[in-house]
Design a protein around this ligand. Structure first.
Ligand SMILES: [Fe+2]
Length: 195
């Protein structure tokens, strides 16, 4: 079973002017694709060949197989966290959980944005849910994701330079202004209530 690059949930230019088609061409078309291709090369005929991405992430330990499987999972998830119809505010149980965890939506967004700005090197920032339904912000290095921390991922921001450098150069805060205009809260709400 070969791993595949899932279709983007929107056209490559659909996130403009916040994220350019050029960024998506490279980020989705080259970086994400390369992780898929590499994972297939690394797993073909081996002990991980027929596993799901989640099984590999749980089983592979550290190293190239884990890194490429986790980066495929992380990017699949990231594209679903964005939408041309995104932005605005969460509703329902997720909105209540964010208020309970951070005091307000603005409090959450400030903490999440600060975690992105403060992340040294490359990685990901996540909104996660624990077993009690409480939400928090965590940052992970390189390819690591909340699955390895036993928590449920609700929302992520890619903090590798390939995610923002074409559009925003070194200005992570400007990338985050764009990110909040694209967040697909309907996807995050569904994750909160169904996972
Ligand atoms: Fe990326």
């Amino acid at each position: 079973m070969a791993y595949e690059l899932p279709p983007l949930p929107y056209a490559r230019e659909a996130l403009e002017p916040h994220l350019s088609a050029e960024t998506i061409d490279y980020h989705y078309g080259k970086h994400h694709q390369k992780y898929v291709t590499k994972l297939n090369q690394l797993t073909e005929g081996g002990e991980h060949a027929d596993k799901t991405l989640e099984q590999i992430i749980a089983d592979a330990g550290s190293g190239p197989v884990f890194n490429n499987a986790a980066q495929v999972w992380n990017h699949n998830f990231y594209w679903n966290c964005l939408s041309p119809e995104g932005g605005g505010a969460p509703e329902g149980p997720l909105a209540a959980a964010i208020e309970a965890g951070f005091g307000s939506l603005e409090g959450f967004q400030d903490e999440f944005t600060q975690a992105v700005v403060d992340l040294f090197g490359v990685g990901w920032v996540w909104l996660v849910k624990d077993g009690e339904g409480m939400v928090s912000v965590i940052a992970t290095k390189d390819a690591v994701n909340p699955l390895t921390h036993g928590r449920v991922a609700l929302l992520t921001c890619d903090v590798w330079e390939h995610a923002f450098y074409i559009d925003y150069r070194n200005d992570k805060a400007a990338y985050m202004d764009a990110f909040w205009k694209l967040v697909n809260w309907r996807f995050v709400e569904e994750r909160y209530t169904t996972t």
